[in-house]
Write a protein that binds this ligand. Structure first.
Ligand code: ADP
Ligand code: MG
Length: 286
């Protein structure tokens, strides 16, 4: 016999969902050391960054950021412009030293950039004079990977981002979204353990962005890379991440857990639960 169910309005479901996500997943602002169940890959230990400026004196861009990122976890770093997202990513990348605290990757302090951490910036970082495939091969070339092998790897990743037919093109012959795909193929071909991305899709139109987010998740799931992804787009953060770090005025305001299963389908973005979480995130961002 079919069980009779009382219809529940989506508003009620969302309310329950929000309550659940608050209680089970969302630590309070003061509980920012909370970690995923996975082993720690990146540890931020009271990371601070001060800039000395001519006009503003000493400016504090990061205030004792304390958090951990699990092995293979996808963390989105979100917050208003000027909140310190790029600064934090650069510290993890080893591009700029912290003025207080430290970043550990696999328990070792970060002192400089390294091949274990691949970085994707918002602006296109391609060699315009090299063909697409030679761009993707670049990091492998530097590490003296034999020609056949690096071509094979580069083609594999170009295929995964749907660009195998464009291997012999030059970057200027590609659209913005395609160039971004080349960058993603390049960073994955280098096989770093950690992926650091600073608003990589910030300049793209919505459908292209959505497409690239899905491709990124497919690659991420396949290669299990620990990822730190900077964005100011709430939908992007919630669609991609396992957890969302909210950075406001250099302070880690809260860490939000994203309870949606994977793989994530496009229509998740349209769901009540998604919107409920977005509202919660918005309240922390303001
Ligand atoms: N090299 C620098 N010298 C002085 N101030 C800086 C420098 N880099 C960043 N800042 C300041 O630090 C703050 C955070 O910047 P940033 O990390 O770029 O923020 P976000 O990426 O969140 O927009 C901003 O107020 C910015 O002006
Ligand atoms: Mg920035």
């Amino acid at each position: 016999m079919d069980e009779q169910r009382t219809p529940v309005s989506s508003a009620v479901i969302s309310e329950r969902f929000l309550k659940d996500s608050e209680e089970r997943y969302s630590p309070r602002a003061e509980d920012t050391t909370c970690v995923s169940q996975r082993p720690v890959k990146i540890a931020l230990r009271k990371v601070s960054k001060e800039f000395r400026t001519a006009d503003r004196g000493t400016f504090v861009a990061l205030r004792e950021i304390e958090a951990e990122i699990g092995d293979g976890e996808f963390v989105a770093l979100i917050g208003p412009s000027g909140g310190g997202k790029t600064t934090l990513l650069n510290v993890v990348a080893g591009l700029t030293p912290p003025t207080g605290g430290q970043v550990l990757v696999d328990g070792r302090p970060v002192r400089r950039p390294g091949p274990d951490r691949g970085v994707v910036f918002q602006q296109d970082a391609l060699f315009m004079w090299r063909r697409v495939i030679k761009n993707v091969e670049y990091g492998l070339e530097i590490r003296n990977v034999p020609k056949d092998q690096r071509q094979q790897t580069a083609m594999d990743y170009l295929r995964m981002v749907g660009l195998e037919k464009f291997a012999d093109f030059y970057p200027k012959q590609l659209s913005g979204g395609m160039k971004k795909r080349v960058q993603i193929a390049t960073v994955f071909a280098n096989n770093p353990e950690v992926l650091l991305m600073d608003e990589p899709f910030g300049a793209l139109d919505y459908p292209t962005k959505v497409d690239l987010q899905e491709q990124l998740l497919t690659l991420w799931a396949r290669d299990a890379k620990t990822s730190l992804f900077v964005t100011h787009d709430m939908e992007e953060a919630l669609f991609l991440a396992d957890r969302v770090f909210v950075l406001v005025d250099g302070k880690l305001e809260t860490i939000l857990n994203v309870p949606f299963g994977r793989p994530r389908a496009h229509d998740l973005r349209m769901s009540q639960d998604f919107h409920a979480l977005k509202l919660q995130l918005w309240n922390y961002m303001r």
